[in-house]
Design a protein around this ligand. Structure first.
Ligand code: ADP
Length: 403
């Protein structure tokens, strides 16, 4: 009988899931789905090979119970299409592992308490991840659950990169640079050997989606990244400003009387492409818009990306390859072209046709830097790590150790 596992991503406005079969050794994707529209009209949908196979409105819509309602709908559907005994584990994307979790972890009460303890470091994300873990624990008691951390990939950053120039008493409270999008970067690091020669060791990966960041990798390990203590730092994003002079916040508080709550909303929800354009955070819509504000928003996005790529090249002391991933990185030939044309001084040159076709390799043969597109696959990484821990647990039990 085929076994299955789940890769789960419980966020503030949606939950996403992917179901993998594990009989082929490595996990293979069977279905994807989500419940989107928390706070409005939540919709539960399931897809098989890109085709929608189910779409159902969820009647229930109260903020604290939505993760559970969404996962209840998911399990009701799932146990209609697979035997419930064949579901061996659920892996969760967890945004923050603090300085503690540098690898995926099997979740028990103690691990969950520690994960919850990092909620104050990522108040807008972590509580939703925790709610997802609790919901699955309630709905399928005894199911093996695994946490896969977005911070973990950056465990290899050197101290001079992750330390903020603040007094020790502040640093000792956990205030340091952590970095995020680690599951996406791990996916890229794993795919690089397929695309690059062994000597091409200095790579910058650009995860350009609604959230956006860069990661500098040496030999497939993170040495620097643009997100920092929180996912607010670095690039211009859909609704986040990216790097901002901390003095702006003091000014807004002291002169304009903004509260911490006001600032949180400003920084996470109404800045970035949305704040600049005054219209939308959707890059595709901005690219189609004739409005000067839309053009300025795109100019700022591209300029900041190029600037930060420059900073990461300094960290790496050179560059062998640049990789694009996520919504904008994978699908916008125009944004890739605009970023790469500003890196012409470095010897970056694109093959126009390959770029237009979103090919795996989009640099021209004479480019001094290889430019690649690698599709994001965070769920695949969660599934791989979850399966590894499920197998390890099985071995432990077979050897008589406690589960
Ligand atoms: P998230 O960070 O929410 O997972 P995605 O990785 O799906 O986001 O990226 C969303 C972004 O990708 C949006 O700004 C969207 O407009 C943009 N995008 C998707 N397709 C295209 C396209 N064909 N051209 C330009 N931008 C695109």
């Amino acid at each position: 009988m085929t076994d299955f596992l789940l890769a789960l991503n419980a966020g503030s406005s949606s939950v996403k899931f992917a179901v993998f079969a594990t009989d082929a050794g490595a996990p293979s994707l069977r279905w994807r789905g989500h419940t989107e529209g928390f706070g409005g009209a939540p919709l539960f949908e399931v897809f098989h090979r890109g085709d929608r196979v189910l779409s159902r409105a969820l009647p229930f819509n109260s903020a604290e119970g939505l993760h559970k309602a969404a996962f209840a709908a998911m399990f009701e559907w799932l146990f209609g299409v697979i035997d419930r005994r064949t579901l061996i584990a659920a892996g969760h994307r967890v945004v923050h592992g603090g300085g503690v979790f540098t690898a995926p972890a099997t979740i028990d009460a103690e691990v969950l308490a520690r994960i919850d303890g990092f909620s104050r470091l990522a108040p807008l994300h972590q509580p939703h991840n925790v709610a997802g873990i609790r919901a699955v624990g309630d709905l399928v008691p005894g199911l093996l659950q695994v946490a896969c951390f977005d911070t973990a990939f950056h465990r290899t950053m050197p101290a001079h990169a992750y330390t903020l120039a603040l007094p020790k008493a502040v640093r000792e409270t956990g205030v340091r640079r952590y970095g995020f999008h680690g599951l996406s970067y791990e996916n890229i690091a794993g795919a690089l050997p397929k695309h690059l020669a062994q000597s091409q060791t200095r790579v910058i990966a650009a995860h350009l989606g609604n959230g956006a960041s860069l990661c500098a990798m040496r030999n497939g390990e993170s040495v620097e990244t643009t997100m920092s203590f929180t996912a607010l730092d670095g690039l211009v994003m859909g609704t986040r400003a990216g790097s901002l002079d901390a003095g702006v916040l003091l000014h807004l508080m002291l002169v304009h009387g903004m509260s911490a709550q006001d600032l949180e909303t400003l920084l996470y929800q109404s800045s970035g492409l949305l704040g600049l354009s005054g219209a939308t955070n959707d890059m595709r819509a901005l690219l189609e818009s004739p409005a000067p504000e839309a053009r300025l928003a795109i100019d700022c996005f591209v300029y900041r990306a190029v600037q930060e790529i420059g900073a990461l090249i300094a960290s790496l002391e050179g560059l062998d390859a640049l990789v694009f991933t996520a919504g904008i990185g994978e699908r916008s030939a125009e944004i890739r072209e605009r970023i790469c044309s500003r890196l012409g001084w470095l010897g970056v040159s694109l093959d126009e046709e390959a770029n237009a076709a979103h090919a795996a390799k989009i640099s021209s043969p004479q480019s001094a830097v290889a430019v690649l597109i690698i599709p994001a696959d965070e769920e695949g990484i969660i599934a791989r790590d979850t399966l590894a821990l499920a197998k390890a647990g099985k071995t432990e039990r077979a050897m008589g150790h406690p589960a």
